[in-house]
Design a protein around this ligand. Sequence first.
Ligand SMILES: [Zn+2]
Length: 249
Amino acid sequence: METEDKIKELSRIISECKHIVFFGGAGVSTESGIPDFRSKDGLYNQHDVKFDRYSPEYLLSIDCLIDHPDVFYEFYRQKLDCRTIEPNKAHIRLAELEKMGKLDGVITQNIDGLHQKAGSRNVQEIHGSTLRNYCMKCHKKYDAEFIFRSEDKIPKCPECGGMVRPDVTLYGEGLPQTAWVESMRLIYRADCLIVGGTSLAVQPAASLAYQFPGKYLVIINRDKTPADRNAQLVIHDSIGKVLDLTSFD
Ligand SMILES: [Zn+2]
């Protein structure tokens, strides 16, 4: 099938279904210009912090946060500040689909809050969000600005002096339970699951695609994924472009 026919088929599926769920990964955000945190381009050796000796996965791990918080926060501030980034067509079209009452929710592996910025209401963030912070000692919550505005190398809670950390799932940590349970609930109730912008390489997140028991599994990703063979429709293209060309009625 040509891409044009596949997009027509996606329009047909969307018009037939009443409980659509979207499950997205990094590809949804990269189209907004969010850089891949794994690349060390654009990193500066400030405050004598040298990143070269660490892997990107270590720099975003719970071990790094605990053992080398100065390194963790330097990397975090340089790489994960999403505050000025805007949603793209993919985020906007999904928010429209939710407003039409067709889309039950979005499950995302991204931590940038762009779905909410585009107007989506039911967003399950299975890897947390950089827009929320909390004190590790007294659990007081702080807004998105707190870590980026803090003049201390290591942001401290004004109430108790504990370390304030992002509400993001770091390497070495389990997924947030509530978001995970709610994601499963959405998937079990859905008649169509659209998986977009993810190579389904990261577990346990990728297992969500395999647990979907409904009628239509749709995969939209630039590259092949291991779940392609299970899907009713596979489109190897940009998620923003495909959703933009798909008609909703
Ligand atoms: Zn505190």
